[in-house]
Design a protein around this ligand. Structure first.
Ligand code: AMP
Ligand code: MG
Length: 345
């Protein structure tokens, strides 16, 4: 199929015609990739089992890895999910925004969307283009990230084009995504909530609304997910560049010393402060050491660029496990296939 690539010019006003056409494609069972504040999503009509199946085929995604259902208003979840007062308290505080809440599902959602689970993931994106697209479609939109399964999530429309050209009807280009890593995913429980995937909404912010916030062990340790994880996406190798990525544990200085002690030419994800300190390396600017927002914004783009650098190996600092860096830690440890070595400190 031919993929139509459309640059959104003035998302507020002049793209009305584009959204009408994109909405029609979705209603008729086609696929449209669109920008959100987190990463680009690959959308299909969430109420059409065959449309949802096309997402799995386009991405090469395992059928048991469920999709997130996107709505333009948190109340629209009523049609297909069993909402609770805590859901609405969270919606009041964090929606529209980068939070996904897992709820029990109603029969309206096809099994192809939930990977056969009896729960469904709900998100109301903050990006105006995403909400206009959902409104134009007139149906909830099932959407995972718009990349080929396993590769780094796309944070620009060009990334989507590189992965999915010829596999989707339309790509809407809204520029680079502001956040750069996927939404925070939580499962509500009787006791509080469990964090299944860290994102921009932090555990301590969730704790201001939900009384107990547990962090699922697989967030920090992919091996803890086992064969039947609470969130099926946890068990898959993810976000990985084709080039080998190795994480180095220790201080900033230890990281610089470690990389400079390597004999071979290598790639390095460096903190902005250290860009001039490396000798034998292709250097990529990850962002300031104390700027997790910049690092999240840059990470997936850099992992994609890393594959064009023609180096045998890339080194990156292991992020701390604190709240602000949890999303980075979670993504980069999967991208590195859990390969961590100690720097001298
Ligand atoms: P993606 O948007 O590509 O990151 O994929 C959505 C992620 O949300 C999946 O990898 C799942 O792990 C998670 N997810 C979606 N639906 C559910 C659900 N019903 N229960 C648990 N996790 C879910
Ligand atoms: Mg994904």
């Amino acid at each position: 199929m031919k993929t139509e690539f459309i640059k959104l010019t003035d998302i507020e006003d002049t793209d009305a015609e584009t959204f009408l056409r994109a909405g029609k494609i979705l209603r008729e069972g086609g696929l449209v990739a669109f920008p959100t504040e987190t990463v680009y999503g690959l959308g299909a009509n969430a109420l059409d089992p065959d449309a949802a199946r096309k997402i799995y085929a386009a991405k090469g995604r395992p059928a048991d890895n469920p999709l997130i259902v996107h709505v333009a208003d948190p109340r629209e979840a009523e049609a297909f999910a069993v909402t609770t007062p805590v859901y609405y308290a969270l919606a009041q505080r964090f929606m529209p925004g980068p939070l996904t809440v897992i709820l029990d599902k109603k029969p309206l959602v096809p099994d192809s969307v939930t990977g056969g689970l009896d729960t469904v993931a709900v998100r109301c994106p903050g990006h105006i283009a995403a909400r206009r697209l959902i409104q134009a479609a007139g149906v909830p939109i099932a959407a995972p990230s718009a990349n080929l399964s396993g590769s780094p999530s796309p944070t620009t429309a060009e990334h989507v084009l590189a992965d999915l050209s010829g596999r989707v009807e339309m790509i809407l280009d809204g520029g680079a995504c502001a956040i750069g890593v996927e939404s925070t995913v939580i499962r509500l429980t009787d006791e509080g909530c469990t964090l299944l995937r860290p994102g921009e909404v932090l555990p301590r912010e969730l704790a201001s609304v939900v009384k107990n916030v547990f962090v699922a062990p697989a967030v920090l340790d992919p091996d803890a997910a086992g064969d039947h994880p609470q969130s099926p996406g946890m068990k898959y190798r993810h976000y990985a560049p084709k080039t080998k990525l190795i994480l180095v544990e220790g201080s900033r200085d230890a990281f610089v010393d470690f990389v400079n002690s390597r004999k071979d030419f290598c790639g390095v994800l460096a903190y902005t402060e250290d860009l001039k300190r490396f000798k034998q390396a292709k250097i990529m600017d990850l962002g300031g050491e104390n700027d997790p927002a910049a690092q999240m914004h840059n990470l997936f783009r850099i992992l994609r660029e890393a594959d064009h650098m023609q180096v045998p190996v890339i080194y990156a600092p292991l992020p701390p496990k604190t709240d602000e860096y949890l999303a980075l830690y979670n993504r980069i440890i999967r991208a590195a296939g859990c390969e961590v070595i100690k720097g001298r400190s």
